[in-house]
Design a protein around this ligand. Structure first.
Ligand SMILES: [Zn+2]
Length: 305
């Protein structure tokens, strides 16, 4: 029997990319969901796979997106909460503000689809005690906001090397910027406890040991350099996941399904110089590699298993 891997899609919309880029066109909330969603559904149907789609509340609240978002639910995919405004500050805000932001997105997704999300991924791979407390208060089963890499502990090592600290001070700061132990143990899913109860943390899986990214946008980037190197890289990552008994949780983005001709205003993004047919072929090749080696499951199934 094949081991399991969960797969998700962060449904970041055209306006959120324009906003990051400082393009005022974002304020009219331009949407490409009517182009992206049919392509996502067609690929997943061909692979007989169900995944989890993290939906931005501001999109669920706009009637022009209802058909696309409802189609995902109707095809059997599960929906997660990706915050209302898709602002990275959400992890660092006060609990009352975090609650408003998440509850508003939850209600918008439920109103558009009839489905109550049970999981969350924050924009910007950041989390906080206030965020995790809020998720438990909302009755969520899992958080998927972390991308575990070596960057935090490396920053601490540099700080220890350059700062004059007594052994006691060093001991107090042993987990500053995240601990090596956490990085080593927490590439896979694990249960965490908050003030209000517990939930499952499902990090976006990185290469076991090396902790470099292996999600699909990164594979696209490597594939442009060399398809052979990218395929070997991904195959190695998946083999290491199996060897270390890490159940992978990987991540797709809408730009993995779009070409430059679809959204001319996003041509400045890496990989958007390609035609949609080329992008789709690359995405499908790597999703098939995952499906050949693992049984693909939703995030909810991952949280329960
Ligand atoms: Zn996002």
């Amino acid at each position: 029997m094949k081991p399991q891997a969960s797969l998700s899609l962060d449904l970041d919309n055209q306006w959120s990319y324009l906003k990051i880029h400082g393009d005022p066109e974002w304020e009219s909330y331009p949407s490409y969901l009517d182009i992206v969603v049919p392509r996502v559904l067609a690929m997943l149907r061909a692979l007989e796979t169900r995944i989890t789609v993290f939906v931005v509340g501001a999109d669920a609240a706009r009637p022009e997106n209802h058909e696309s978002i409802a189609a995902l639910a109707a095809a059997g995919h599960t929906l997660g909460n990706h915050s209302f405004h898709h602002e990275p500050w959400v992890a660092h805000a006060e609990e009352a503000l975090v609650y408003d932001e998440l509850a508003r997105a939850h209600d918008a997704i439920a109103a558009a689809t009839g489905i109550e999300p049970r999981g969350f991924r924050g924009p910007g791979f950041a989390t906080s005690p206030a965020l995790l407390d809020t998720l438990v208060r909302l009755g969520y089963h899992y958080d998927a906001s972390r991308l575990p890499t070596f960057i935090g502990p490396l920053a601490r090592w540099y700080y220890f090397r350059s700062a004059r600290l007594s052994p006691e001070e060093r001991a107090l700061r042993r987990d500053l910027f995240g601990s090596w132990r956490d990085v080593l143990q927490r590439n896979g899913s694990h249960r965490i406890t908050t003030r209000y109860g517990s939930l499952v943390e499902i990090p976006v899986t990185t290469m076991p040991g090396a902790r470099v990214p292996i999600h699909f946008s990164y594979l696209h980037y490597l594939d442009r350099i060399s398809p052979q190197v990218a395929e070997r890289y991904f195959a190695t990552a998946l083999r290491l996941c199996a060897l270390t008994r890490t159940r992978p949780s990987l991540l797709l983005h809408p730009l993995d399904f779009l070409g430059g001709e679809d959204v001319p205003s996003l041509r400045f993004f890496p990989g958007m110089d390609l035609h949609a047919s080329e992008k789709l072929a690359i995405t499908e090749r790597y999703v098939r590699m995952l499906a050949d080696r693992f049984t693909i499951i939703t995030m909810e199934e991952h949280a329960c298993a």
